[in-house]
Design a protein around this ligand. Structure first.
Ligand code: FUL
Length: 505
């Protein structure tokens, strides 16, 4: 049975509710606005540590997966492998370095120990290593050879040390294994010179024994021994969330840590950094994405994958969708049983390098005259000419809360291009949310392409266009946009580039 209230009471209730609604809207709005402004301000001003900046500038780095798996044709060794099967016949780290340099890579990260526990260096803390393999009569050290080849070739070194170890008998005993792991980490970070990235793989099989990794002790040791190294899947760099080679089209480097331990952010979440994903109470941190993918289907060498090396078109798509989407690309190259990067992979990397050089060697916007709708404080320090001055430490910006602005580039003469590049001055934060690129075609401005986030680098691909004047309209930015670099490029047809590269060989 329903009890109905007298009419007068019902009337008073309705009026009361209406009033309450009206007052809460009227008086809560400024508070909501202030909160939102505060959030935007905070999100716009979180900045990278110099070690994160240096890592981001590497742009394109190599991953090398090499262990007993190379000889057993497996992806995950079980730890029972005989060290004697590790016997590369022509191992030459200088070949690896040469191939990586040709492709434009700046760092090489080596799996010093994968899940099988076999160590590519003669660790004092286990017998399961190169010291018990016939390679170099048990006196070999792949980590040392790579460190030296990198130093000689001007590349940097990163190391991967799998926490999950299927060989080590102490695995499963939290106290003992953590001590063992820290000892190995200490060896690697002490004996091989500068290390710029330490890669902590979170993978662990379902059959793995239960134990707790002392992540904070691992991080502390990295900071103590290699303060310039970034920690992947730890304090400094996050996993992009897939192993296919694709970053998000809107990849924000500022995300909510959620007060979870580092490494426990849900890297696979579709939106980690937009203002929809962030809220007023969030603990915002600079936590940029690294995109890892293999040039072949597997991470390790398998003879049956020799003809499954990714196509040049696929690798270019990956490059534009990782480096070009505000991420670092970590491309895996598995050495074969000779200990060399296989021939098909070498050829493909050489092609990739040739295309990237042919495209990005000449920036058609360099030296263009630039005018801006807005400039910060009317101060020449923030003038638009800094966008095309080739100096990554100078930039253009607007006043705070001028969140839209446009920039006009006069190239001096009509030029043909099909690629564009934008770079924010991320040392002071990441801001741009949306932009449009247009050209002047004597009747008016026409859109060429548009994009969302920029961050360290945004690359855009479009069909060939010709113009003397180009306009970049920043439609929306957090706090105020910055730009430190703008580029227009022309990528010739791939067959033409490859024919020229072959002729030059
Ligand atoms: C994963 C590992 O399980 C794979 O074997 C590979 O090392 C990849 C990069 O990370 O988590």
């Amino acid at each position: 049975m329903i009890h109905r209230k007298p009419l007068a009471v019902r009337f008073a209730l309705v009026v009361g509710l209406l009033l309450a609604g009206w007052t809460s809207k009227t008086f809560a709005a400024p508070d909501e606005n202030a909160k939102r402004k505060d959030l935007i301000n905070r999100a716009a001003t979180v900045t990278p540590h110099p070690r994160q900046l240096a890592w981001q500038e590497q742009e394109f780095i190599a991953f090398i997966h090499f262990t007993v798996n190379t000889f057993t044709d497996r992806e995950w060794g079980d730890g029972a492998e005989d060290p004697k099967i590790f016997n590369p016949t022509q191992l030459n780290c200088r070949q690896w370095v040469g191939v990586c340099k040709q492709a434009g890579m700046k760092t090489i990260i080596l799996t010093a120990k994968h899940h099988d526990g076999f160590c590519l260096w003669p660790s004092k803390f286990t017998e399961h290593s190169v010291k018990n393999s016939p390679w170099r009569n048990g006196r070999g050290d792949v980590v040392r050879e790579l460190a030296e080849a990198c130093r000689r070739g001007g590349l940097k070194l990163g190391l991967y040390l799998s926490p999950w170890d299927r060989h080590e008998p102490t695995y499963g005993d939290t106290k003992k294994y953590n001590r063992f792991y820290l000892n190995q980490l200490r060896e690697l970070l002490t004996n091989y010179g500068e290390v710029v990235e330490v890669w902590f793989d979170g993978a662990k099989g379902r059959d793995a024994k239960d134990m707790i990794y002392h992540w904070n002790d691992y991080y502390a040791l990295v900071r103590e021994l290699q303060p310039k190294a970034v920690i992947f899947n730890g304090l400094d760099v996050r996993w992009v969330g897939n192993e296919a080679g694709y970053a998000r089209e809107s990849e924000w480097s500022v995300v909510n840590r959620n007060n979870k331990p580092f490494g426990f952010i849900n890297a696979q979440q579709r939106d980690l950094g937009s203002l929809k994903a962030l809220g007023p109470g969030d603990n915002l941190i600079w936590y940029p994405a690294e995109t890892d993918v293999s040039i072949r289907p597997g991470w390790f060498y398998h003879p049956h994958e020799n003809d499954k090396v990714k196509s040049l078109e696929k690798l270019l798509d990956i490059y534009y969708s990782s480096v070009g989407y505000n991420s670092v690309l970590l491309l895996n190259l598995p050495p074969d049983r000779r200990g060399l990067i296989p021939d098909n992979d070498v050829r493909r990397l050489r092609e990739l390098g040739a295309v990237l050089n042919a495209t990005f060697d000449v920036n058609l916007a360099l030296g263009a005259s630039v005018t801006a709708s807005h400039r910060r404080d009317d101060n020449p320090e923030f003038g638009p000419e800094h966008i095309v001055d080739e100096n990554k430490n100078t930039y253009w910006s607007t006043d705070d809360w001028t969140t839209a602005a446009s920039l006009e580039f006069d190239l001096g003469r009509v030029k043909r291009f099909n690629r564009a590049m934008l770079q924010e001055y991320i040392a002071i934060g990441q801001r741009i949310e949306q932009f449009v690129l247009e050209l002047w075609d004597s009747r008016g401005w026409k859109e060429i392409t548009r994009g969302t986030t920029v961050g360290y680098k945004r690359l855009l691909r479009f069909d060939d266009v010709s113009a003397q004047k180009v306009r970049l309209r920043i439609l929306n930015a957090r706090l105020c946009p910055t730009l430190s670099n703008f580029g227009l490029f022309y990528q010739p047809p791939l067959d033409k580039i490859l024919a020229e590269a072959r002729a030059a060989e």
